[in-house]
Every structure is written in structure tokens, then in C-alpha cells.
Write a protein that binds this ligand. Structure first.
Ligand code: HEM
Length: 512
């Protein structure tokens, strides 16, 4: 007996807004009891700029969560508290390794209620942090969106969040569409499955177009030096000033230091839904593809591999996480297409989805190169100057003696080969970019692996660009910013020579 196809309403997922809430995020908490939180939120940037946030928060009373009624209110409270928490931790000359009771106590309660970690996750900064400018216009239109909260007040920060919001909104109809496809495959209705896949592929192209708009209003230097430090978590953050993580002072007397990853788009349930529904499997970095016999089938999914992408599920709202797990157990599209290889239209439609999702990941790598790898090289160059000693300590200025890998690497959870590779790396100074870019490239290449048609396989395995055809985002190949292997190597080696001490090159937004 096959498990039932999940019903969106059971997981609080909207058929029109997807993982964005059906009820728009509140712009303020209705109960005046919470006015003090709202007042801080309204002045967050000024309080951070004047370095008065910590003093103001320390003097706040500990407010109860008893006045929070509807889900939208709990989400607003989480938004306020998680922004205050990250502002408190990262908004001084050096990070605070404690969160005082006025934030810690309600944040722990609100997070437990919403089943999210008590940090600024993707749900806080994107999913629950937007409003439409005009109520009668769609929220998948970037020109109709505004952020409710930012740390910096910069349009770059709003834009960074809003591109994701628009992508979530534009991608939302794919969720019910592909549940329909799963049901159609059970009914052996190949036409219906093909139609769903064709629409899915077209929407994926829309999402890539939205992603490519990141550069319009988000400056890489501002992103790297001003925005990213506030999104940082407390895991692997010794060099940025948090050797133990953060103590959430909950007045129980039994507190211990906690460590969490920071906010990252890798916590988007939508992108993971795409992978699951298409039968794409992500392995620990460096691990080769499993033989078909280990791939699992509907009702018998393969045991999930522990990798970074899986780890990011822990940072999604609980119901979204459960939805992904349940979809995993009914995902049958890949198997269905493989059983119907003679149906060319079906196979082409399936391959088109893989190609489009792969293209999205390809563009994303170029963005990561432009927004993280290149600015980290600049910071590295600057870190050789004596001026650095006078600068404040945070993620942007952090330096390290030993490279730290992306979250799952650092935890040693990958296979032995990976561990050996990591150990080898840790003896090298300046392995910058290796873990991050190879992780992203592997995720991109795994996306193309299930392709059915020979020509699709060939198309997807070709080099993305011929010499001389620079990627707009990645810059010129001689700048070491392209996507090809040789360019990544340049990022790893050029000018490092033992003086490079930036963590930033081996992780991303949320691994610090
Ligand atoms: C300036 C823009 C962006 C930057 C600098 C950036 C950076 C990163 C980094 C560094 C990672 C590695 C994991 C981590 O440490 O967090 C990552 C992963 C990821 N990002 Fe982005 N990102 C950006 C925008 C986006 C957007 C708009 C999306 C929405 C689709 C997205 C989706 C993902 C996904 C799904 C992953 C997990 C890896 C994968 O599945 O391929 N990112 N990103």
C-alpha cells in the first residue's frame, strides 16, 4: 500500500503562495503589550549604528508570549526577536557571546512554537519578512515587494531578501502542480505528467531570470562586508569572536552555549522540493553516484545521506520540513520516466526540468563567486595591511589559522574519504573557495545526473562557456572568478601563500 500523496493544507503550505504564508506577514503586532519590541524594530538600524542596541535590550522587560494568538503573530514575533538577536550579537565592536533574557527567553519560546531554531533563518529574513507595495498586485513581481526589517537599511539588503521572496512566489504553483504529477504517475497518465513537467520547466526558467536580477540592486561589496556579517550564525565562529557559540540566558541556571548556522537560501524548502520531486540525489561532497539498485522507489525512498543540504532542513519551519520528508516517500516521477523511456515527449519534458534546474544552479555559482569569493579575496589582500589590527571583529574581518569547512565537513559527518581530504586541506594555507565552490558544483552536476536522453546528458556535461565568453557575474577569467575549474584554482592559490586567513572562502553565508 503506497503512502498517500501529501495534502498541502496539512503542512500550512499555500497552493498559491507555496512556502510563503497564505496570510501576509504582519507589519506590527496588534497587542500594544509588544510596543517595546516594535519600537526597537522600528529603530533597529539607528540603534545598531549608534551602538545603543545592547544597552536598550539589556533594559527591556522580559515579555511573555501569552499575547501572541494567530500564527501570523508568532511569525512577526520571531522576525522581531531574531533580528534583535543578530543585531545584539553582531552589532558591536566585537560579538556578544550572550543573549540576555529579554531576547533569549521569548525567542526560545517563539522558536519552539514555530519549530525553527532560535536564529535568523531563511524563514525569518525572507519568508516572513515582506509586504506587497500594492495589495492588488502579485507578490511574484519584484517591483511590488518591500522588506519589513533589515539590519542596515540598505536597499541592497532588502533586494537580497526580496529576490528570494519573488522566487518563492513565482515557484509556488509548482508545488501543487508536481503533487498532481505524482498522482498522475500513479494513474499511469503519461500525458498529464508530461504537461506538468513542461509547465515546471518553464517556471524554473522564470526563477533563473529572477535570480539574475540580484545584481540590479545588491552590491557585492556591501553584501559581503555589511549584510552578510549580520546573517552569521554561531557555529564554527571562533575566529569571528565566538569560540563557544552563544549563551542564551534563559534564567534557568542550566544554560549551555549553543551553536547554530546563520541564515542561508540553502534553507529554502522550495529548491529542496524541486530536487525531491525530480528524484535528484545529493551526496556528501566528494562521494560518487550510487548504483541504480540503491536508488529507492516510491514508498521505499533511499536512506537520506547526511550532507549539508539535508542539514539545512533542520533550519526550515517544522511543517515544511515534514512536508519534504513526506514528499520524499512518494516521489515517483524519475522512476516513472525511466519506466517509459519510449515516450519521448515525457522524457524530454523531464530532462528539460533537470536542465533548467541545473542552469539555475550554474547561475547561482556565478553569483556566489561574485558576492563571496571575489570580495573575500579583496579582504584577504587588505588583511595584510596594519590597518586591519584596528578594525572591529566580525565575520567580514574574521581571520583564521586553520581552514574550516562547510558545516557538515566541519562536523566530520561525511565519509572517510572526505575526512581525509579535509585533513589534507587543513595543512594547506589558502584552500579558499575549494569546499564552497566544489560543493555547489557537485550539487549542480548531481542535478543533471538522472537525465534520460543521451543528448541531454551531453548538453549538461559540456563546459558552460568557451574561452573568451565571460560570464557577466563572474567577471573575466583572468580575475579568477569564472566557473571553470582552472579559475577556481586561481582563487585557491593566487596570492594566498600563507598570509590568507579568511574563513570566508571555504564556507558561505550560514556556515559561520
Ligand atoms: C547574493 C546572493 C547569494 C549568495 C551570495 C549566495 C550564497 C550561497 C552560499 C555561500 C551557499 C553555500 C551554503 C551556505 O554556506 O550558505 C549557498 C547555497 C545555496 N543557495 Fe545561495 N546565495 C545567494 C542567493 C541565492 C538565491 C536567491 C537562492 C534562491 C534560489 C539561493 C539558493 C541556494 C541554495 C538552494 C543553496 C544550497 C546549494 C544547492 O542546493 O545548490 N541562493 N548560497
Amino acid at each position: 500500500m503506497l503512502p498517500p500523496v501529501p495534502v498541502l493544507a496539512d503542512y500550512g503550505i499555500s497552493p498559491t503562495h507555496g512556502f510563503l504564508p497564505e496570510v501576509l506577514p504582519l507589519t506590527r503586532l496588534p497587542d500594544p503589550y509588544y510596543n517595546k519590541w516594535e519600537a526597537i524594530a522600528a529603530n533597529l538600524q539607528a540603534l545598531i549604528l549608534s551602538k545603543r542596541l545592547r544597552g536598550v535590550v539589556d533594559r527591556l522587560p522580559v515579555l511573555s508570549t501569552i499575547g501572541l494568538e494567530h500564527d501570523a503573530e508568532w511569525r512577526r514575533a520571531y522576525l522581531l526577536l531574531s533580528f534583535m538577536a543578530h543585531g545584539y550579537i553582531w552589532g558591536g565592536d566585537s560579538p556578544s557571546d550572550r543573549l540576555p533574557p529579554p531576547i533569549a527567553i521569548p525567542l526560545l519560546k517563539v522558536s519552539a512554537h514555530l519549530e525553527v531554531p532560535p536564529v535568523a533563518t531563511y524563514a525569518a529574513v525572507c519568508l516572513w519578512n515582506f509586504k506587497p507595495l500594492f495589495m492588488d498586485e502579485d507578490i511574484d513581481n519584484l517591483e511590488n515587494l518591500a522588506s519589513l526589517m533589515t539590519f542596515t537599511g540598505a536597499i541592497d539588503e532588502s533586494w537580497f531578501y526580496l529576490v528570494s521572496v519573488a522566487m518563492e512566489a513565482r515557484g509556488a504553483p509548482i508545488v501543487p502542480l508536481m503533487l498532481t504529477a505524482i498522482a498522475a504517475a500513479r494513474e499511469n497518465d503519461a500525458n498529464a505528467v508530461t504537461k506538468c513537467l513542461n509547465t515546471f520547466a518553464e517556471r524554473l526558467d522564470d526563477l533563473t531570470m529572477l535570480l539574475l536580477r540580484m545584481h540590479e540592486n545588491c552590491d557585492p561589496t556591501i553584501f559581503y562586508n555589511r549584510i552578510r556579517p549580520f546573517l552569521a550564525g554561531s557555529k564554527n565562529m571562533a575566529e569571528a569572536g565566538l569560540p563557544n557559540g552563544v549563551l542564551y540566558e534563559d534564567n534557568t541556571g542550566t544554560e549551555t552555549y549553543r551553536q547554530y548556522a546563520g541564515g542561508s537560501n540553502a534553507q529554502s524548502s522550495l529548491i529542496q522540493f524541486f530536487d525531491i520531486v525530480l528524484g535528484i540525489q545529493h551526496r556528501p561532497t566528494g562521494e560518487k553516484a550510487a548504483p541504480p539498485s540503491e536508488r529507492g522507489r516510491e514508498g521505499h525512498p533511499p536512506a537520506p545521506k547526511h550532507n549539508f543540504i539535508m542539514e539545512m532542513r533542520q533550519y526550515m519551519p517544522g511543517p515544511h520540513r515534514r512536508f519534504l520528508n513526506d514528499v520524499q516517500s512518494v516521489a515517483n516521477i524519475r522512476e516513472y520516466v525511466e519506466q517509459n523511456r519510449s515516450n519521448t515527449e515525457l522524457c524530454v519534458a523531464y530532462d528539460a526540468c533537470l536542465a533548467m534546474l541545473r542552469a539555475l544552479r550554474d547561475k547561482h555559482i556565478a553569483i556566489v563567486t561574485r558576492y563571496i569569493v571575489l570580495p573575500s579575496k579583496e579582504v584577504r589582500a587588505r588583511s595584510r595591511s596594519p590597518e586591519v589590527a584596528r578594525r572591529k571583529v566580525n565575520l567580514a574581518t574574521a581571520s583564521r589559522q586553520q581552514p574550516q569547512g562547510i558545516a557538515y565537513d566541519a562536523r566530520g559527518a561525511a565519509n572517510a574519504a572526505q575526512k581525509a581530504a579535509d585533513e589534507k586541506k587543513s595543512n594547506l594555507k589558502g584552500t579558499g573557495g575549494t569546499a564552497l565552490i566544489s560543493f555547489l558544483k557537485q550539487a549542480r552536476d548531481e542535478t543533471g545526473e538522472p537525465a534520460i536522453e543521451e543528448w541531454t546528458k551531453r548538453f549538461m556535461s559540456r563546459q558552460p562557456r568557451a574561452p573568451g565568453q565571460n560570464d557577466f557575474f563572474a567577471g573575466k577569467p583572468e580575475e579568477g572568478a569564472g566557473l571553470q575549474v582552472q579559475n577556481t584554482k586561481e582563487v585557491e592559490v593566487a596570492g594566498l601563500a600563507g598570509t590568507w586567513t579568511m574563513d570566508d572562502d571555504v564556507g558561505g553565508i550560514c556556515n559561520y
